[in-house]
Structures are given as structure tokens and as C-alpha cells.
Design a protein around this ligand. Structure first.
Ligand code: TXA
Ligand code: MG
Length: 336
């Protein structure tokens, strides 16, 4: 693949029009969303979507999410039902992705050959404006090289895909910081959560009025034969990670200087030096929400230091964000 110059675009009206035109011509564009940055292309154009897989080195067995400007546009790409309407009214625009039956206009490459399509209306005003200007549904996975940590700033996108894409719309840091919650809603009586994420399960269950079924645990074997999104290793920093329910003071004291500890909340300090040890805080205020927004950036930052291991404390199970954050932590910690 020929190397190209990768440019960051400030979100001026002129630049938005220019990037919308690039998308209409079949180019890929790095885009901000409220969850993580995406790599977008025209969802109706198989060749344009192929370029997403090429830039990310993503296997074609892993389907893409289709992004819409408004909930009413769903019927142009997939089949709605009463549950879709209910969840859309409650959570769109926002970090909820719904898997519905697809219409023939969506090419096979977007859905990895499945007869379903994942759709979401993002809450980021710049991205929604761009979708409207392009006048197209936009397929976009997270804008990271396949398997690496998802990007939460435009600079993260450039660091991972430099020379592989032309344009990135710089919309500042992502507010939520972890990907959308994915729910299969094809059977309105039996919704199934496929991935925890930006909409906490408790919020979904409140609207559903019953417990949400989760898909059974990801398989350990990362072969191409697994169902989409079930890869157990994902979000992988190069530095090995050990996870803890709780990191005790004694455990921290035993961590050698070449390794670092990340506590859920180490007090008000982001970084604290205890003797030879460096301790970081995942949450700035003791909430899982703060941990979610900091998680990927902190993993990237620490991955660039020369620590030989990271010891990370999980988000307490009682926190509504524990599902999403601990899922990413477990995948990041999964052995190569
Ligand atoms: O927040 C997000 O969801 C971000 C932003 C950019 O919207 N997107 C994102 O996409 O995280 P990513 O890289 O996780 O890829 C989409 C995932 C696939 O790995 C798969 O798990 C699931 O969505 N998916 C897509 N289409 C599906 C389908 N038809 N059936 C089941 N799962 C599907
Ligand atoms: Mg991804």
C-alpha cells in the first residue's frame, strides 16, 4: 500500500465540507465520536469499506458498525422493530449499537457476510454534522491498527495509522473513552448483549424492564473461526499486564521499580512515588466513568515507558462502569 501524508483537520465548516466530499468520493476519514475515534467510509460502497480493513489490517471476519445521523435513517439500512424503537428513543444519539437484520444495500464486506448489521447514532456533534453533510451511512470501526488500544484523541489515530490514511477530523478527546455497548435486538423478546460499553447494563435493564442476557464468555482461542467481537485478546499494549480485584499496600510495596502499579483510585494524586514505586490512578475521582475516559490514554502512555509489567486494579464490581472497563482490562491482559 503506497504511503500517504496523514493530515489532521480542525473542525471548521470548510474542512467539514471538504471531508464530507472525500467520504463521498470513497475515501476513508478518521472521525471523532463520543466513545473512541472511528475510521469512517461510505457504508454503501464495498470498495471504500475495503480500504478500512486494509488500513487497519483488520481481518474481513470482523464486521463494521454503520453510523447514522438520525434514528429515522435506520430503515434505510436495516429492519426495525418495537424494541429497536424503544431503545433508540432512550439512548440515541449515544453509545449504544444495535444489531438488526440488514437490508440488501449494505455490502457483505461491512457485515462480514452476516445477514445482520450493527447500527448506531453517535452523540458527537461534529461526527453527526459530517454524516449529514456526506448524506450517507458511514461504516466505522475504531481507528486503531487491529488488536491495539483504541484511540481517544486525533493524535492517537495518527500515531497508529500514519501514512495509511489521508485525513483525520480533530474533534478533541473523546468524552466516554470506551466503545459503545452492543446489543443484538433482532428478536425483540430476547435481546442479547454482545459487548459491554458506554451505556451501562443497569441503564439498559431499566428501560427493558428485565435482566439483559449476555452472550456467553469469549473463547480463549483467537482463531478466525470465532464469532465477531469474541476475540479474547484485544486492546493489547506491548507491556504485559497483571490484573487485581484489589491491590493491597503490601502488594504495591513488593512491585519492583521496573514495573508500575495502576490503582483504581490512589487518592487525589494521578501519580504517586512510593519509595521506588510509581503508582498511577485509573480514576481521578473514584468513579468508574472517570476510569473509562482515562483507560486507553493511560495504557498508551504507560506502554511508551519502559515498564516491564503493569499491575492494574479493576473497577469495583458495584460501579456501573465496571462491566465495560474490566472487559477491556481483561482483554488487554490476555496472553499473546
Ligand atoms: O463506540 C464504538 O462502537 C466505536 C465507534 C467508532 O463507533 N466503534 C467500534 O467498532 O468500537 P469496533 O472496532 O469495535 O468494531 C465493531 C464491532 C465488531 O468487532 C463486532 O464485535 C461488532 O461490532 N459487530 C459489528 N457488526 C456486527 C454484527 N452484524 N453482528 C454482531 N456483531 C457485530
Ligand atoms: Mg475496535
Amino acid at each position: 500500500m503506497p504511503r500517504m501524508i496523514t493530515r489532521l483537520f480542525r473542525p471548521t465548516p470548510y474542512n467539514l465540507r471538504r471531508l464530507a466530499n472525500a467520504l463521498r468520493r470513497g475515501e476513508t476519514v478518521g472521525v471523532p465520536t463520543e466513545t473512541v475515534y472511528g475510521l469512517a467510509a461510505n457504508a454503501l460502497d464495498a470498495t471504500a469499506c475495503q480500504a478500512i480493513f486494509r488500513a487497519k489490517k483488520r481481518p474481513s471476519t470482523d464486521p463494521l458498525i454503520v453510523h447514522l445521523a438520525d434514528a429515522k435513517d435506520l430503515t434505510a439500512v436495516g429492519v426495525s422493530n418495537e424494541l429497536v424503537a424503544k431503545l433508540a428513543a432512550a439512548f440515541w444519539p449515544g453509545p449504544l449499537t444495535m444489531v438488526v437484520k440488514k437490508l440488501p444495500c449494505i455490502p457483505d464486506i461491512v457485515t462480514a457476510g452476516f445477514d445482520s448489521v450493527a447500527v448506531r447514532v453517535p452523540a458527537h456533534p461534529l461526527f453527526r454534522k459530517l454524516i449529514r453533510l456526506a448524506g450517507l451511512p458511514l461504516a466505522a470501526p475504531s481507528a486503531n491498527p487491529f488488536g491495539y488500544i483504541s484511540p481517544t484523541t486525533a493524535e492517537h489515530v495518527r500515531a497508529g495509522l500514519n501514512g495509511r490514511i489521508r485525513s483525520i477530523l480533530d474533534g478533541g478527546p473523546c468524552e466516554i473513552g470506551v466503545e459503545s455497548t452492543i446489543v443484538d435486538v433482532r428478536d425483540p423478546l430476547r435481546p442479547v448483549m454482545l459487548r459491554p460499553g458506554g451505556v451501562p447494563v443497569a441503564a439498559l435493564e431499566e428501560i427493558l424492564g428485565h435482566e439483559l442476557k449476555r452472550r456467553t464468555r469469549p473463547v480463549a482461542d483467537d482463531s478466525a473461526a470465532v464469532a465477531p467481537g469474541q476475540l479474547s485478546r484485544h486492546y493489547s499494549p506491548r507491556t504485559p499486564i497483571t490484573l487485581y480485584r484489589k491491590l493491597s499496600a503490601l502488594q504495591i510495596a513488593q512491585i519492583p521499580p521496573s514495573e508500575a502499579a495502576i490503582m483504581f483510585d490512589s487518592g487525589n494524586n494521578v501519580v504517586r512515588h512510593r519509595g521506588d514505586n510509581t503508582t498511577y490512578s485509573l480514576s481521578l475521582d473514584g468513579t468508574g466513568k472517570s476510569a473509562a475516559s482515562r483507560l486507553f490514554g493511560l495504557l498508551r502512555e504507560l506502554d511508551q515507558r519502559d515498564f516491564s509489567r503493569l499491575h492494574i486494579e479493576e473497577v469495583p464490581g458495584s460501579d456501573p462502569w465496571s462491566g465495560a472497563v474490566n472487559d477491556r482490562l481483561r482483554r488487554a491482559a490476555a496472553r499473546r
